[in-house]
Design a protein around this ligand. Structure first.
Ligand SMILES: *Cc1c(COP(=O)(O)O)cnc(C)c1O
Length: 393
């Protein structure tokens, strides 16, 4: 039995073998602690971290001093949001974010509400985009932070970072973006986009799990941040703990490979997505979730009417690995908060498929998934009712 086709690249991606190869020496012979300054073992680990830090900084047009390594984007989001809240609360206790953010942004915000902070959760259009005028209106004299994600992990929608950055700069409010899904997939530039804080992770770009970073602007303005993990004072005191050299090396290799192949991969994945949508759109009463074009090239998210979502996922399980929403919310029975923010009913939100196409997917796989999805949906609908007219071609 072959394993199902993997189309869940928004949950995580397979690690690229070239990344593993770069990491391997740092598990064994080059095992030193990068903070050990008295011997060669420390120096070689420190040199590897330094190179990696430069690569990651270059990828977003930052400087190496502005990169703080964390365990991933969840920690980076927590550090950005709680760290800013704690450092700036004397200036204000208002934060603006969006209803469709990842829970690693929403939950720190909810937590801050229990401490007396006020949070504005901006709505989105039916296509998943925020309204820039609404954002600007929401900014108050006591607003200290705006947090808007770069690319959505369910519907792939790309928010207008440059425009958001300009608004935040105009009102002198810090701008944080969760770019976990965006790094090395779309161009990111913290200078031209006026981004003050940016969360990154390696495992969505064919790197290892358990490593990420927070970019923290050091000039114009210098962002102040309260550490959330205290200890040995690593990462300029922003984040204590011995640096995980192999993961950091792998993170940088993944980013380097991703950037090198970004243009060609965007074109290729976009073609695969169009191929898949061309097949799926023949199904009656199926709709695309999220903006038609302002989305990650490898993302497709569809809602299928008159089909039980869990039955659909179950039917497809032997063929294709995918999900109906965020991997982090699959344990809960609530419908996707992203799809309900688009205005979907609970039923429609349940009957949805998130298809994340990645580096290792082929046209033959897409063809097979498309055919199987049509067959499964037809079978489920026929079981439900004999009267429905279904286009099964
Ligand atoms: C995956 C993801 C996260 C969490 O990242 P981890 O590195 O797994 O902690 C946060 N935000 C978004 C948008 C994501 O897709």
């Amino acid at each position: 039995m072959s394993r199902p086709i993997y189309l869940d690249c928004h949950a995580t991606t397979p690690m690229d073998p070239r990344v593993l190869e770069a990491m391997l020496p740092y598990f064994t012979e080059r095992f030193g602690n990068p903070s050990s300054i008295t011997h060669a073992y420390g120096w070689e680990a420190e040199a590897a971290v330094k190179t990696a830090r430069q690569t990651i900084a270059d990828a977003i047009n930052a400087t190496p001093e502005e990169i703080v390594f964390t365990s991933g984007a969840t920690e980076a989001n927590n550090l950005a949001i709680k760290g800013v809240a704690e450092a700036y609360f004397s200036q204000g206790k208002h934060i603006i974010t969006v209803q469709t953010e990842h829970r690693a942004v929403l939950d720190p915000c909810k937590y801050l509400q229990t401490l007396g902070f006020e949070i504005t959760y901006l709505p989105v259009s039916h296509e998943g985009l925020i309204d820039l005028a609404q954002l600007e209106q929401a900014i108050r004299p006591d607003t200290i932070l705006v947090s808007v994600m770069a690319a959505n992990n369910e519907i792939g929608v790309l928010q207008p970072l440059t425009e958001i950055g300009a608004i935040c700069r105009k009102h002198k409010v810090l701008f944080h973006t969760d770019a976990a899904q965006a790094i090395a997939k779309i161009p990111l530039d913290v200078k031209t986009m006026n981004i003050d804080l940016m969360s990154l992770t390696a495992h969505k770009v064919y790197g290892p799990k358990g490593i990420g970073a927070l970019y923290v602007r050091r000039r114009n303005p210098r962002v102040r941040l309260a550490a959330q993990i205290h200890g040995g004072g690593q990462e300029k005191g922003f984040r204590s703990g011995t640096l995980y050299t192999p993961q950091i090396v792998g993170f940088a290799k993944a980013v380097e490979l991703g950037l090198g192949e970004m243009e060609s991969e965007s074109v290729r994945q976009l073609k695969l997505r169009e191929q898949l949508w061309n097949i799926l759109s023949k199904i009656e009463d199926i709709r695309l979730n999220g903006h038609r074009t302002k989305r990650l090239p490898g993302n497709l998210n569809v809602s299928v009417e008159r089909v039980d979502g869990s039955a659909l996922l179950l039917g497809l399980q032997p063929i294709v690995a995918l999900s109906s929403g965020s991997a982090c919310s699959t344990t809960s029975t609530a419908p996707s908060h992203v799809l309900t923010a688009l205005g979907h009913s609970r039923e429609l939100a349940y009957g949805s498929l998130r298809l994340g196409i990645g580096r290792f997917n082929t046209a033959a796989e897409i063809e097979k998934v498309g055919k199987e999805a049509i067959a499964t949906i037809c079978a489920l609908r026929q079981a439900n009712s004999q009267n429905n007219q279904i286009t099964c071609s």
